[in-house]
Design a protein. Structure first.
Length: 78
């Protein structure tokens, strides 16, 4: 399940006020989520959650649920 914090970061970085986001949501489902915005979202997530993703981890992300799983994994193992 996507945390409110992650959803808030995504909305803020995409300059959106509200949109439905689920584990299965992919970038093309959300207006304005392009490769540059994806980079900005990842940077914001790292800063806000105090985590650092490896390049391989970033490349493995297929949907928003994958981002949440990585955050949860990093926090548990930090």
């Amino acid at each position: 399940m996507i945390s409110d914090k992650l959803k808030s970061i995504i909305l803020r970085e995409l300059n959106l006020t509200e949109i439905e986001i689920s584990d299965e949501t992919i970038a093309k489902d959300i207006p304005g989520w392009d490769s540059l915005k994806n980079f900005m979202i990842i940077l914001a997530v790292e800063e806000e959650f105090g985590v650092k993703f490896l390049t391989e981890e970033i490349l493995s992300i297929k949907n928003v649920g994958d981002i949440q799983k990585l955050i949860d994994f990093k926090i548990r193992n930090n």
